[in-house]
Design a protein around this ligand. Structure first.
Ligand code: NAD
Ligand code: UDP
Length: 319
């Protein structure tokens, strides 16, 4: 049994990771300031004596003895991370400093949840880890993109300078149950709109692409990365290489929900990446043949069922 700290553990991804690590017989301590996550995501874990939930902001130091740290604390959806951009930078940068300092002191392995956003609006397609990216440092997405890039810098420097055992994964768009229904990300928006019979809002012409990964595939990749050989620090892409336009996604959601919604177009936000698709050769090679298993339609089915239940039992009003 390992003692594992998860920052941002009450968020969408953190709650799934907590569940999986507990099921494997570990002790999980989850830190969260409940900005975008909440107790509702981990309510089903609170009775487990090996699960602990602590309200804490990662911009402040935190002391504990653990074997592993997964650093996930950071709002992930554009409307949330743009709500208070200075705080977003502080969460990524000061959060990384605080957690790396902790890992250094106690000798824990630490994994950083980085992002495909470090590639910005990529001019190389698909994106390999060796690509340095194309990020506007003063644009509306920069608080997130540059914060995450700086966190990667901190991770590799704590590794080289202080021998901290680090792991960096670059997560591509991930979806599934427990995404926040109002977080404005495309999968939750389209499903909520379809289930409520509202218009489906496509930003721009809808020809921009994303590659959508189901949450269970990501959690498997995260755990394999944490367990990988000490010399393999990453960064490594963890994503599903299936690439879809937003128009294709909207059509799939309409088909799967049987909605009568019509598609409408709205202005494209600034700096919105035009294409995104991971090259996952490195993950396959280093993470024991890891690759995503859940195709988009299957994963959308599980996610639609989750939102449908929230709407039908009224718990949607709690968000
Ligand atoms: P989320 O918003 O559901 O979860 C983030 C969690 O961090 C929330 O519970 C939030 O309350 C908490 N948090 C935010 N600021 C904090 C702070 N200062 N101190 C303590 N807790 C704080 O988002 P998610 O999709 O679960 O993303 C988790 C991590 O994975 C993030 O670091 C995100 O950047 C990264 N990521 C996610 C995706 C994706 O598609 N979901 C893609 C790339 C990277
Ligand atoms: N998008 C959209 N309609 C929506 C929400 C998002 O067309 O209601 C588009 C958005 O402009 C982007 C893509 O969907 O091109 C993915 O957006 P999301 O915020 O989910 O993720 P990110 O842009 O961070 O990859």
């Amino acid at each position: 049994m390992k003692k594992i700290l998860i920052t941002g553990g009450a968020g969408f991804l953190g709650s799934h990771l907590s569940e999986r690590l507990l099921n494997e017989g570990n002790e999980v301590i989850c830190l969260d300031n409940f900005f975008t996550g909440g107790k509702q995501n981990v309510l089903h874990l609170l009775d487990n004596p090996f699960f602990e939930l602590i309200r804490h902001d990662v911009t402040m130091p935190f002391f504990i003895e653990v074997d592993e740290i997964y650093n996930l604390a950071c709002p992930a959806s554009p409307i949330h991370y743009q709500f208070n951009p200075i705080k977003t930078v502080k969460t990524s940068v000061m959060g990384a400093v605080n957690m790396l300092g902790l890992a250094k002191r106690i000798g824990a392995r630490i994994l950083q949840a980085s992002t495909s956003e470090v590639y910005g609006d990529p001019t190389v397609h698909p994106q390999e880890e060796s690509y340095w990216g194309n990020v506007n440092p003063i644009g509306i997405r920069s608080c997130y993109d540059e914060g995450k890039r700086c966190a990667e810098t901190l991770f590799v420097n704590y590794h080289h300078q202080n021998n901290v055992k680090i792991k960096i994964i670059r997560i591509f768009n991930t979806y599934g149950p427990r995404m926040h229904p109002h977080d404005g990300r495309v999968v939750s928006n389209f499903i909520m709109q379809a289930l409520r019979g509202q218009d489906i809002t496509i930003y721009g012409d809808g020809k921009q692409t994303r590659s959508f990964q189901y949450v269970d595939d990501l959690v498997e990749g995260m755990i394999r990365m944490m367990a990988s050989h000490e010399d393999f620090i990453g960064p490594v892409n963890i994503g599903n290489p299936g690439e879809f336009t937003m128009l294709e996604l909207a059509e799939k959601v309409i088909k799967l929900t049987g909605a009568k919604s019509k598609i409408i177009h709205m202005p494209l936000p600034a700096d919105d990446p035009t294409q995104r698709k991971p090259d996952i050769s490195l993950a396959k090679k280093e993470l024991n043949n890891w690759e995503p298993k859940i195709p988009l339609e299957e994963g959308l089915g599980y996610t639609i069922a989750y939102f449908d239940k929230l709407i039908k039992d009224g718990s949607i009003d709690k968000f």
